[in-house]
Design a protein around this ligand. Structure first.
Ligand SMILES: C[S@@+](CC[C@H](N)C(=O)[O-])C[C@H]1O[C@@H](n2cnc3c(N)ncnc32)[C@H](O)[C@@H]1O
Length: 248
């Protein structure tokens, strides 16, 4: 008994791994999420069962039901694929699903996916690290999360430096800006917001910390904060195949 937790990638179906595609092609049951491109489901055999377990914002209470369903299906002996957006273990609750399966004695195969935390900025020409500009990046949730757990320490993150990549942050962007400014990040620090990155619907807004509260893009969007957010390395003129104004 094995259930595969498969990362679907950030949006463009072409960015899913070959292993993920092979598992979908052999699946008997597929449980999938809300943000996924339906083209991926075309890889699934016609007689397979497709189960939409898509969670909207604020519906995280259903996670227990999903875990239970995964265990039931895993025990049935059918070839089960749990298809999750981006990477299953980056803010995807894949860890909880894997734990529930293991607790029930069901083996888990994890197939990593291309995470939107890196792919959405990349699709906008923003490298999350860039020599001489940023030597680190931190991926953090902007969602308030569980009130019983410690929240994100924005002050500490601000002082750490490097690029900040915020997922699920648009709903709290004004508060996040206040916390970062209070911790000393400059008000004119570059910011980019990438919505539906890697897809045909991709939208990119470039601004600063001062302007972030006024950016009107809805989810799913990734916020990038730091000097790299001002770059568009795929948009500049290339000389001999190299970025003309990039570092050597
Ligand atoms: C619940 S998290 C899941 C992240 C996913 N596991 C990953 O690795 O990309 C969903 C959030 O990821 C970000 N996101 C997912 N797909 C995106 C895309 N195509 N473009 C921009 N941001 C995206 C948004 O911040 C969205 O609210």
């Amino acid at each position: 008994m094995t259930v595969a937790l498969v990362g679907a990638g950030p949006g463009d179906p072409g960015l899913m791994t070959l292993r993920g595609a092979a598992l979908l092609g052999a699946a008997e049951v597929v449980l999938y999420d809300r943000l996924l491109d339906r083209a991926l489901l075309d890889l699934v055999p016609d007689d397979a069962e497709l189960i939409d377990v898509g969670k909207g914002p604020g519906q995280s209470g259903r996670q227990a039901d999903i875990n239970e369903l995964l265990v039931t299906l895993g025990r049935s002996g059918r070839r089960v694929v749990r298809l999750k957006g981006g990477d299953p273990f980056v803010f995807g609750r894949g860890g909880e699903e894997a734990e529930a399966l293991r607790k029930a004695g069901i083996d888990v195969e994890v197939v990593p996916g291309v995470t939107s935390a890196v792919a959405a900025p990349g699709a906008a020409g923003i490298p999350v690290t860039h020599r001489t500009v940023s030597t680190s990046f931190t991926v953090v949730t902007g969602h308030a999360g569980d009130p019983d757990l410690p929240g994100v320490n924005w002050g500490a993150l601000a002082r750490t430096g490097g690029t900040l990549v915020i997922l699920m942050g648009m709903g709290r962007r004004a508060e996040i800006v206040q916390e970062l400014l209070a911790a000393g990040r400059p008000i004119d620090e570059p910011v980019a917001v990438v919505r539906w990155g890697t897809t045909a619907d991709q939208e990119v807004v470039r601004t600063t910390l001062a302007g972030l509260p006024d950016v009107g893009l809805a989810a799913p969007a990734t916020i990038v904060i730091g000097p790299v957010a001002a770059l568009d390395v795929t948009g500049v003129v290339k000389v001999d195949g190299r970025v003309a104004d990039g570092p050597d």
